[in-house]
Ligand binder design. Structure first.
Ligand SMILES: Nc1ncnc2c1ncn2[C@@H]1O[C@H](COP(=O)(O)OP(=O)(O)OP(=O)(O)O)[C@@H](O)[C@H]1O
Ligand SMILES: [Mg+2]
Length: 259
C-alpha cells in the first residue's frame, strides 16, 4: 500500500484541525496502521497534545522542511503504539521568509518525505493560514481533510480554501483529492448548529462525513493531560465520535481503492 498523506487544513483558526489530526490518527493507529503526525504549526499544539515539547532546529518539522534535517532522525514515538510524531518548532514562523528566495519552495516538504515509506498514513496538522507551510502540506498531500466548526461564519474562507486546493491541483499536485469535510464542535441544543450543518452539507454534498463531532468537554481537557481523548476518557462521546470517524474514513479509503 502506498502511503496516504492527509493534510488537515482550514485557514480559519480554532475549527478543530489539531483535535481532528490527533484523535483521528490515534483512532486509526489502534486498527494496526502505522501512522505519522507532522506538526506543521508554529503553535505546536499537536506536539503538546502528546505531552511532548516543541523542539528547535533540525530535529523538528522546521528542520525537515528547510532541508537542514532528515525526517527519519526527527521523528519520535508517542505513548500510542504505531503512532509517531514529527514535532513542531516555533522557528516554523520564519519559513515564509526563509523559503522566499529559493527555487520551487512549495516542494520542500514533499521531497523530504520521499524516503519515508514505512507509514500507512501521514497526517499533517496545518497552521491557520495559507502561507508557505500550508502550500507545502497541500503539495505533499494526497488527500485533504477539512474540519468545519458548526458555528457562526463556518463557511467563511472555505471558498478561498477550495480555490487554493484547485490551484495546487492544477499546478503542482494533480493527484490531490478532498477526502472529506468534518463537522466539529456540534451542539445540538442550538438551532444555528443545525442550520450550519445544512449549509455545509448543501455546499459540499457527499464530501461531508456522516459522523459529526459533538462539542464535548473531554476533548479540550485531554491535551492538558498530554493525551489523545481516547486515552484520557475512552468512553466519552468525544472519543467515540473520533473512533466512528476513523471507521468512516477507512470505508471511504476502501471505496476509493476499489472503485
Ligand atoms: N469537539 C470539541 N468539543 C469541545 N472543544 C473542542 C472540540 N474540538 C476542539 N475543541 C477545542 O477547541 C479549541 C480549538 O480546537 P483545535 O486546536 O483543534 O483547532 P485548530 O483548528 O487546530 O486551531 P488553530 O487554527 O489555532 O490551529 C481547542 O481548545 C480544542 O480543545
Ligand atoms: Mg491547530
Amino acid at each position: 500500500m502506498k502511503t496516504e498523506i492527509f493534510a488537515v487544513s482550514n485557514q480559519k483558526g480554532g475549527v478543530g484541525k489539531t483535535t481532528t489530526t490527533v484523535n483521528l490518527a490515534t483512532a486509526l493507529s489502534t486498527l494496526n496502521k502505522k501512522i505519522l503526525i507532522i506538526d506543521l504549526d508554529p503553535q505546536g499544539n499537536a506536539t503538546v497534545s502528546f505531552g511532548q515539547k516543541r523542539v528547535m532546529g533540525k530535529l523538528s518539522s522546521y528542520g525537515v522542511i528547510t532541508g537542514q534535517g532528515q525526517a527519519q532522525e526527527a521523528i519520535v514515538a508517542t505513548m500510542v503504539p504505531n503512532l509517531y510524531l514529527l514535532p513542531a518548532s516555533q522557528e516554523l514562523l520564519g519559513v515564509d521568509l526563509e523559503l522566499a528566495g529559493v527555487q520551487n519552495p512549495q516542494f520542500y516538504l514533499k521531497k523530504s518525505l520521499e524516503q519515508l515509506i514505512d507509514f500507512d498514513y501521514i497526517f499533517i496538522d496545518c497552521p491557520p493560514a495559507v502561507g508557505m507551510l500550508t502550500l507545502n502540506a497541500l503539495v505533499a498531500a494526497t488527500q485533504v481533510i477539512i474540519p468545519i466548526q458548526c458555528e457562526y461564519l463556518a463557511l467563511e474562507g472555505v471558498a478561498d480554501l477550495m480555490k487554493t486546493i484547485n490551484r495546487i491541483k492544477q499546478n503542482f499536485n494533480p493527484q490531490l483529492n478532498i477526502q472529506g469535510v468534518v463537522l466539529t464542535m456540534y451542539d445540538a441544543r442550538f438551532n444555528l448548529a443545525k442550520s450550519i450543518q445544512n449549509d455545509v452539507r448543501s455546499f459540499f454534498g457527499d464530501l461531508v462525513f456522516k459522523t459529526i463531532i459533538p462539542r464535548n468537554v473531554r476533548i479540550p481537557e485531554a491535551p492538558s493531560h498530554g493525551k489523545p481523548v481516547m486515552l484520557y476518557d475512552f468512553k466519552s462521546i468525544g472519543a467515540q465520535s473520533y473512533i466512528h470517524l476513523a471507521a468512516e474514513l477507512l470505508q471511504r479509503q476502501q471505496g476509493e481503492n476499489h472503485g
